[in-house]
Each structure stands twice: as C-alpha cells, then as structure tokens.
Design a protein around this ligand. Sequence first.
Ligand code: GCW
Length: 663
Amino acid sequence: MLLLLALSPVQAARAEDGYALWLRYAPLKGEALARLRTFAPRVEAAPGTVEGPMLAVAEAELKRGLASLGAPAQTKGAIRLDCPRAGGGGDGAFRIHADGKRRLVIAGADHRACLYGAFALLRELALGRDPLAVALDEHPAMPLRMLDHWDNADGSVERGYAGRSIFDWWRLPDHLDRRLIDYARANAAIGIDAVAVNNVNAPAIFLEPRFIARLKRIADAWRPYGIRVFLSARFSAPRDIGGLATADPLDPGVRRWWKAKADEIYAAIPDFGGFLVKANSEGQPGPQDYGRSHADGANMLAAALGPRGTVIWRAFVYSADDDSDRAKQAYAEFVPLDGRFADTVIVQVKNGPVDFQPREPFHPMFGAMPKTRLMFEGQITKEYLGFSTHLAFLAPLWKEALDAGTGRGGTVADAVRGGGMAGVANIGSDRNWTGGHFDQANWYAFGRLAWNPGLTSADIAREWAAQTFGRDAAFLKAVVPMMLGSRQAVVDYMTPLGLAHLMGTNHHYGPAPWVCDLPRPEWNPCYYHRADAGGIGFDRTASGSDALAQYVPSVAAKWRDPKTMDEDVLLWFHHLPWDWRTRSGRSLWAELVHRYDRGVAAVDTMAATWDAQRAHVDAERFADVAGDLRVQQREARWWRDASVAYWQSVNGLPLPEGAAPPA
Ligand code: GCW
C-alpha cells in the first residue's frame, strides 16, 4: 500500500509530461464540443482516390485527433480528402472548405496536400473553431522547411539541452524507436519537410554503408509524413574513408568518389534530400584547403547529386586566420561568389552576422546575392539564451530578421523564398522532447514561420499555448503576452543595447564579460564589448570595422547615427562614452543599468504570471515551468549583478540613482 502511494506521483506525471507536444487534442468543451458532435464527421477519401501511405497518415491522424477532441462514434457528416495524385511531390498547397451543410473537403494536388490539410484542420478544431466554418487556402512560402540536428554518432548533441539524441544509431536499422514516428507527426503538423540528422561538425562515418542503411530505415519511416532526410557531409570524406590522397573538389578522382557515394545513397533512399556542409569554418575541412572556393566545393557536390538532390552550403565561416571583424567574414567570402553556385546549391545564412545572439541585426548577405538561392538559418536550441532553462519565446527574434527590409527590394523572408528556413533543432530524448516545456513553442514557431513568415508572433504563441496547455481565454490572455515579452527580457538581462557574445567561452551559459586572455581575439567577450574607462561598444562604422558598409546605404543610414537609431542595436554598431545621452534622457551607463533591471523585473513578472495559472495547467507541467522560472529569476540577477559589477570595475562609476541593489 505504502509502495503504491509512493509510486502514484510518478505515474501521474506520465499523463502530462509534455510528450504529446501540440498533438494533444484535449477534449473540446461547451459549444465547440456541441458543434463537433452535431457535425459528427467520418473521414473518407473522394471517389476514385488512389491510396497511398501519406494519405493513410492523413486519414489516421484525422480519426485519432477527432476522437481525442470528442467526436462521437456515430457519424452524420463527412470530412472528404480530395487529393488525386499519390505521393508528396507537390508543394503541399491545400484548400479546406465546406461543401454543403454536412461535408468539409480538404483538397489539393497530391497526398502531401491532404497531409498538411488534415493537420491544419485539426489545429483549427483544437482551437475550438466551428468545423463547417473552416475555410483555408494555404501554400508554403518556401520549399525547404527544415530542422538541422547537431546530433553526433555517439548520441550526444552539440548545443543540445534536452537529453541525448533521439537517433539510436546502435539499434538502427533493426529497431526504429516509436519516438521517431511521433517526431515525424509533430513535424508534419507544422509543415517541416526536411531533416538533417547529424551535426554539421560531421565525421565521415555517416557516409559509410552501415550508416546509409540506418538512414534508409529512418527515411522509409518518415516518407509518409512528407519528410526528406539530409546528411551533413564532411568535405574531406574522400580522404577520410575513401582512401584517396586528396579531397580537392577539382580532382577527377574526388569527383568520381562523391558521384559514386551519391549513387550509393540514392540506391537506398531514392528521395534523399542531399548534403548539408560546413566547410572551412571552425576547423572543418573545405575547398579552401586546396586553394578552391566555396563555389568550387559546393558545385562539385551538386554535380554528384545531380537533379536528385540539393547541396546546402553554410555561410557560417569562422576562420582562424581572419583577424578582421568576425561579423564581416561571411559576406566578404560569399558575396563575390554570387552567380557562381549551381542551381541546386543553396547557401544557408544565419539570421545575424555573428552567431545566434539574443539580438543581432539581420545578416547583410540577405538580399546581397540575387543570383544565389539563400536559406535562413535560425537556432531553435537556445545556446546563447539560457539553454532549456530560461524561458524565451523565439518567434519575435526570427520575425525581427524575417521582416527586416534588406533595402534591395524586399524583406529577409522574401530573400529566402527560393530556398527555405533551417532551424537548429532543440530536440532530444527528454520526455517532453525539448527540456523546458516552453521550448516546444520554439520548435513549433520555427515550423509555422517557415510555412508562413507572415504569421505574427502573437498568433503563433496563442495557437501553440492553446493546443499545448489549454484554450481557456484567461490563461491565454496571461500566457501569450508573457511569451511575447520573454525574449526581450533575456536580451535585457544578458546583452542589452546591442551588446553581444558576453557569455562564458565555449559553454555559453552565464556571464563572462571580463574574459580577455584567450589566444584568439574573438574567443574573448572583451572583443565584442570593447569596454574601457572611456566607453563601451563595437565601432562598426567607417571609423571602426565598417561592417555597416555591407548593408545597402538606405539600411546603413538607419544605423549610422547613434542619436537617431534604434537603440536596441546601439552598441553593436557604435562605441560610445559612458555619459552619452540616450533617447530616454539617461546617460548610456544609466540606460544600461536600467535595462538590466528591466530584464530582471520582467522575469519576476513572468514568474508571477505563471504562478497565477495553477488552475489552468496540470500539476506536473505547472511545477516544471515554475521551477525553471525560479532558476531564471536567480540567474537573471546573476547576469545583471556580475555584468554591472564588471562594467563598474572598468568605468569606475557608481550605480545610477534608482538602480536596484545587487541581489
Ligand atoms: O554557434 C556556434 C556553436 C558551435 C556550432 C557553430 C556552427 C556546430 O557554438 O557549436 O557548431 O556555431 O554553427 O557551426
């Protein structure tokens, strides 16, 4: 008896451990339930429909979701799937409309359309919408909506904060974990259609036959969910595992090796997506090792894949022998190559010019390579934003970049419409997939934005919170604004006013602005803040590194004058004296401290907001989030107090009047 009592809390935790993600389909109540009961649909294929595994998934998901939402067993109405062509070769555009009083139709060119339409309809229903009033006409904004896993062969995950990798390479291909199916379901529900399964810091082992067999098992399992697999490929593989003396991309033997490797992969996986490559960055091999360009390297791989697949070539080049401003490297290396990449090459550009900081201006490469397909790379895993412990909803971060006008006739989102968006996954084998429950929202938001970058952060937060936690209006009214302000809170207590990269070197968790003695200049936080007795900030104007000149004049003009510019990126572009007058009327020093305090206060408010939601959330997830928020409250103070104390040691200034005393 005692033993049973002791076990029961653990068992209870299983019910609400967050495993179901946004596919909970919690039973509807009240009017929404009554409407679903009146509609009482069965799921049917339009007459003459060709069967296929993807359509079967659409049907099964609809049935499962409807039952879970509370649809009755006896049927009066119908949801008709009208997607004539089998397979998922189309882009997945779908329409949903009522056809008469009792029938709802999901229509599109092929089974992929019905797959996405089914999940879209379930989302609408889960939000409590009247089924017969659902009218959608959607198509994806870009072809590749991708997750990049930085998962290693040994099961560890680079920058992963949610447990071990979900890929169990030891048991594959014989055993396929059920989790990989739920993963595919969750992705299909938000339109993700491509996954790179291994870290961009890639060993060549993933290209060996034994790994290709394992990858095939995964590809077969994910195909009905519309997901194509990609591999991160090590550029030196012909030498590492091919027995060749060189990996020079212009060497005929090397080219033959890659072609044969591609053929071998396609024989196993006919719809293999292609290669993702990190070359000549942070010590990874690449074409420059042989005096060749990024275009030479990428085009060689593109020739090996042919029209069957895509080469995604990363622009994150961080070289050990370039001592200019690190923010300038990618643009400097890639923009001169515009027009030299093959059509099946996509260059993948991080949202900002340095490295996934809590805030950066958008990357100047967006819009600057009109003859090259570009992809947007965001980091879903929160390497620089408090790992999976601090709550930070990242849709506003990505939207800031996506919505930015490049000054070259469109936004950043427009610049990647021919390529896509890739998010560095935050997924691991934790019961709730992502470590923090609210980190699920970042996975969700990334997929939704890749499908439609025009969605607002507020819409995405509302959808996610309603599906994941509950539809109660009072809950959403409190939690959605909490999510929307959370990333700015992190910016404020970590890197206010455009500061960046002040985290501890290597691990990137916690403050270390004082570190200045590491051998490479840009390994040191002091390289980024440049604080001294006279002032603080990185001069990227013409008097400094002139990184500003990588933006078109109309954009650069917005950031040139520290008096009129958006102060959120002030110290990214300017080095200013501590007594500089900011727009608030406060001195730069007082404004900086004000923002640290504001960040700490915002986290306190978040914790109080969450505390008031006890009645709306299951006890387990409520307690998990509350616990993480306590950590965040403590660590926001750590960030503020350590940073302010360090700045004081440099500028000798007292705490501004009204500043909160250290915790
Ligand atoms: O953000 C940095 C990370 C590295 C990562 C690199 C990259 C995969 O600190 O861990 O390596 O970026 O994007 O290649």
